[in-house]
Design a binder for this molecule. Structure first.
Ligand SMILES: Cc1cc2nc3c(=O)[nH]c(=O)nc-3n(C[C@H](O)[C@H](O)[C@H](O)COP(=O)(O)OP(=O)(O)OC[C@H]3O[C@@H](n4cnc5c(N)ncnc54)[C@H](O)[C@@H]3O)c2cc1C
Length: 392
């Protein structure tokens, strides 16, 4: 059987779904292919990720209709951020007062974002979602796109979008290389209740031998992120809850008082990816498949949304002026703009992550010096706050 569509998207994660929704009213037929079952998209399970969103991302999510589908009680304001180094109590403080906003951004659980994205897509008659789809082969050329599924079903389209995660098989099938970096560490994420209030402040704590992060949720809860070698994370994942609570409270040096696990625990390998090309013939990558960020700067999905906005506004402009929305020049403009938006932070994040993962004596000196210097330079702090908030 052959099905015709204008755009075929592989991957119904938050990026693939948001991209489909961004073009739902453009007069195009859109097909989204996802390998997971429908239930996993309709009622996604909690996956441990709390997503820090900029003001710009909040605005885009409002435009896409996701924001209104999320219970306001589930949106937690992120007012300030503190960066600690080693065992020192000194911190580099990035405050919302450095911006013109009452907060730097917001925190929302990833599964709630995914659920809202699924709902807006389901409500769009121009989007067809095919779950449990197994892509067998892909072909793009000047005439069009052909995606063959395992039951020999063929989807013919004019544009192909790869939105199938940082480990994108579509990217690989299209012959596009990626700069992938495996930090050899694993991140464990979970929600914990604690006795000392977080004051809606996020922590990034580059301790010696471990990296800890804290993302403030409403009430006395925070999302806790512990980054360690995989073996140590395995132990934490398996540990009895009482021992786990004691262990994590101690790792946080009791700065949050007594901590208690209130969710399931989830582990993610710390691997980043940056595709060498973001486009090909009748093809573009979006979301993590294009740029898979290190989570330390909390920008993966923010960049995903930014790229989606760039590409969909190019496509809408082409349609409005009767031009080819799959042209190479259009795709090149998307690639150029998205690289400009993402590459500097991707590179800077790597440098910071490498420096603060090193415990050698010169690195320790540099780590302390950089933090103290940063905290004394107001324009630097203002720039970081402005970047985190991304209010335009
Ligand atoms: C611990 C952690 C914390 C994070 N915190 C933040 C944060 O604070 N702020 C922020 O902006 N970002 C954050 N991120 C990043 C954010 O979660 C990602 O950027 C975002 O989920 C990427 O969405 P995506 O749709 O591109 O990819 P994914 O969420 O990986 O979705 C890809 C989809 O494609 C499907 N798929 C894969 N292969 C195929 C195939 N061959 N065929 C069909 N379907 C396929 C998958 O099943 C999945 O549904 C964090 C990430 C982690 C791990």
């Amino acid at each position: 059987m052959t099905i015709d569509a204008d755009i075929v998207i592989i991957g119904a994660g938050p990026a693939g779904l948001c991209f489909a929704r961004s073009l739902a009213d453009a007069g195009l037929q859109i097909m989204v292919l996802e390998r997971q079952a429908k239930a996993a998209l309709a009622t996604p399970a909690f996956d441990g990720r709390e997503i820090a969103l900029t003001h710009h991302s909040a605005k885009l999510m409002q435009q896409l209709g996701l924001w209104e589908r999320i219970d306001p009680q589930e949106i937690s304001p992120l007012q300030d951020a503190r960066v600690f180094n080693g065992s020192s109590l000194f911190s580099l403080n990035i405050g919302h007062h450095e911006t013109h906003q009452s907060e730097l951004g917001y925190l929302i659980s990833n599964h709630l974002i995914r659920k809202a994205a699924y709902e807006v897509v389901k409500a769009s008659p121009t989007i067809t979602l095919k779950t449990e789809a197994k892509v067998k082969s892909i072909q793009t050329n000047a005439d069009g796109v052909q995606v063959t599924l395992s039951e020999d079903e063929i989807i013919q389209a004019r544009l192909l979008i790869g939105a199938d995660s940082r480990f994108s098989e579509t990217r690989r099938a299209m012959g596009i290389a990626a700069d992938m970096h495996d930090f050899g560490k694993t991140m464990m994420v979970c929600v914990m209740e604690h006795s000392v209030p977080h004051e809606h402040t996020a922590w990034e704590w580059f301790d010696y031998g471990q990296t800890l992060a804290l993302l403030p949720m409403n009430g006395m809860h925070s999302s806790v992120v512990v980054t360690l070698p995989p073996k140590e994370i395995d132990n934490l994942m398996k540990m009895h809850e009482d021992d786990f609570n004691r262990e994590v409270s101690a790792r946080f040096k009791h700065r949050l008082g007594t901590m208690r696990l209130v969710s399931t625990r989830h582990a993610y390998p710390l691997v980043t990816a940056y595709a060498k090309r973001l486009i090909g013939e009748r093809f573009a990558l979006v979301g993590d498949a294009a740029v898979g960020m290190h989570p330390v700067t909390a920008h993966g999905f923010n960049f995903g949304l930014k790229g989606i906005a760039t590409l969909s506004s190019e496509i809408k402009a082409a349609l409005a002026s009767g031009k080819d929305f799959t042209s190479n020049s259009l795709l090149l403009r998307y690639e150029k703009v998205h690289r400009r938006h993402t590459r500097p932070l991707f590179v800077a994040t790597h440098a910071i992550a490498k420096l603060y993962a090193s415990d050698s004596p010169p690195a320790r000196l540099l780590r302390t010096g950089a933090l103290h210097l940063g905290s004394r330079i107001t324009p630097f702090k203002r720039a970081v706050a402005g970047f985190l908030a991304d209010a335009h």
